[in-house]
Design a protein around this ligand. Structure first.
Ligand code: HEM
Length: 129
């Protein structure tokens, strides 16, 4: 498995998973006051969980197309795709945990930082090789 395979698999399986979360969220959002209402922290965390689980796989697939073969075989690409995929999945988990128990929001910065670092590694893969 190459970093490109990993990113493409994340895109192909992650996007339907994110959309599925939107369908489940719809069961809550159909009630105006669901999980404390549209502006509540719980509802916002769940919404961001849904959005992140659609967009991070989508962007991951885009990175797989942005970086060519040589760049994608570099150490930075390996580190970047690992951080992006693991960070992305754990960010979704941490956001839905925060929607369930708001005090668990303290977990979110860890996967969010992993995703940030992953994006930075992709830039290094492209230019530092
Ligand atoms: C079958 C497909 C989808 C379903 C069933 C779905 C479901 C939902 C639901 C129920 C909400 C409202 C949550 C709330 O009121 O708290 C929502 C919000 C949102 N969804 Fe989706 N979604 C789908 C696809 C997508 C896709 C492909 C994207 C692209 C990134 C997306 C981005 C968003 C955004 C940005 C919001 C927030 C909108 C706002 O704040 O008003 N959704 N979605």
């Amino acid at each position: 498995m190459t970093p490109q395979d990993l990113l493409i698999a994340y895109a192909l399986f992650g996007i339907p998973l994110g959309i599925g979360m939107g369908l489940l969220l719809g069961l809550v959002a159909r009630h105006e006051g669901g999980w404390g209402g549209y502006a509540s922290f719980r509802r916002r965390a769940a919404r961001l969980g849904h959005i992140s689980q659609v967009m991070l796989p989508l962007i991951g697939g885009f990175y797989a197309l942005l970086l060519n073969g040589t760049q994608l075989d570099s150490t930075w690409a390996w580190i970047g795709s690992g951080l992006w995929v693991m960070g992305g999945l754990l960010l979704g988990v941490s956001l839905f945990l925060a929607a369930w128990q708001p005090r668990l929001k303290l977990v979110m910065p860890v996967p969010a930082t992993a995703v940030f670092a992953g994006a930075f590694c992709f830039a290094l893969a492209r230019f530092a090789g």
